[in-house]
Design a binder for this molecule. Structure first.
Ligand SMILES: NC(=O)c1ccc[n+]([C@@H]2O[C@H](COP(=O)([O-])OP(=O)(O)OC[C@H]3O[C@@H](n4cnc5c(N)ncnc54)[C@H](OP(=O)(O)O)[C@@H]3O)[C@@H](O)[C@H]2O)c1
Length: 287
């Protein structure tokens, strides 16, 4: 049982907190007395599951929405960058960036940058939700702007892996740059049964598989509540840590401190990702 009492009366913003792992983490924090803010793109759907938690609009696939969210925020002790999309056809964000990278990495990087003064004020922390898919990421030190915003060959699962590698690299680089003022911890939920898989099937034109997945998913995958444990433990571990399950090649099990994957630990790639992200966003990242 993870002891969340240190988060009592503290403000925790969770992106995509209306569903899956994010919702389970939010409910555990609410039960521990935290002031939880669900930052979601569909506030009506979020309000339906909020159980008294605050709901605020945030679309990570629109950098203006990210800016507006930050402008309306006056307190944050922890920012959990949990929202994510996986797979689907090649689509763009409002600013025309590839949708998976735009949502999973660029939107979160912009949100972190814009909320950083508040996080610094509260000596707060950032949690970035990565994935075991980060192990298959191919971002390297020669990374270009185009690699992130318009990948030359769109292989949807490869791009997803790159987005999750970016989350892990970004968490490490944030730790190196500002970890003495704002803690930065990465985590991954193993493989947990959530809407992520159903949405991927629908987005990829395989919606006919949804009824089968709904039967098999809960049997073979761990529940979202178990997948939320690494996120919760990441709220308690020192800056620079990486948290996730260890069992079955990290697919499931209790949340433990892990070694950072090779793909997520190269400082040259992380520094390059930082610079390229700054060029795309045209705002200064935390320093
Ligand atoms: N489930 C797993 O096994 C697994 C494994 C590794 C990593 N992860 C990561 O865990 C995180 C949570 O995923 P999940 O499994 O809990 O899936 P989920 O139930 O589908 O939750 C994803 C959340 O992200 C939100 N979201 C998507 N696009 C957004 C946008 N543009 N702006 C704001 N919010 C947006 C979704 O909102 P809507 O409800 O409006 O779509 C939803 O709330 C993701 O980062 C995912 O990559 C999951």
């Amino acid at each position: 049982m993870i002891d969340l009492r240190p988060w009592r009366d503290r403000t925790v913003v969770i992106t995509g907190g209306n569903s899956g792992i994010g919702l389970q983490a939010a409910l555990a924090l609410k039960a521990a007395g935290a002031d939880v803010v669900l930052a979601c793109r569909d506030t009506t759907r979020a309000a339906a599951v909020a159980q008294g938690m605050a709901v605020r609009e945030l679309d990570l696939a629109d950098l203006d929405s990210v800016e507006a969210f930050a402008d309306r925020t006056d307190r944050v002790d922890a920012l959990i960058c949990n929202a994510g999309v996986m797979g689907g056809p090649l689509l763009g964000t409002v600013q025309g960036h590839e949708r998976q990278m735009g949502t999973n990495h660029l939107g979160h990087a912009a949100l972190i940058a814009r909320l950083f003064p508040l996080l610094e004020q509260s000596r707060g922390r950032v949690v970035l939700v990565s994935s075991i898919a980060a192990r298959g990421g191919s971002l390297g030190p020669q990374l270009t702007v185009d690699d992130l915003v318009s990948p030359p060959a769109y292989l949807s699962q490869k791009v997803y892996s790159n987005t999750k590698q970016a989350n892990l690299l970004f968490a490490q680089e944030l730790h190196r740059r500002v970890g003495d003022r704002v803690a930065s911890v990465a985590c991954h939920p193993g493989v947990s049964w959530t809407n992520l898989f159903l949405r991927q099937l629908e987005d990829e034109g395989r919606g006919w598989l949804v009824p089968v997945a709904k039967v098999l998913g809960p049997i073979f995958l761990q529940p979202a509540k178990a997948g939320a444990q690494p996120t919760l433990r990441a709220l308690l571990e020192p800056s620079g840590s990486f948290i996730g399950p260890k069992r079955f090649n990290q697919v499931r099990g209790p949340a433990e401190v892990l070694d950072v994957y090779t793909t997520g630990s190269d400082p040259a790639t992380a520094a390059r990702l930082w610079d390229v992200t700054e060029q795309i966003l045209q705002i200064p990242l935390p320093h």
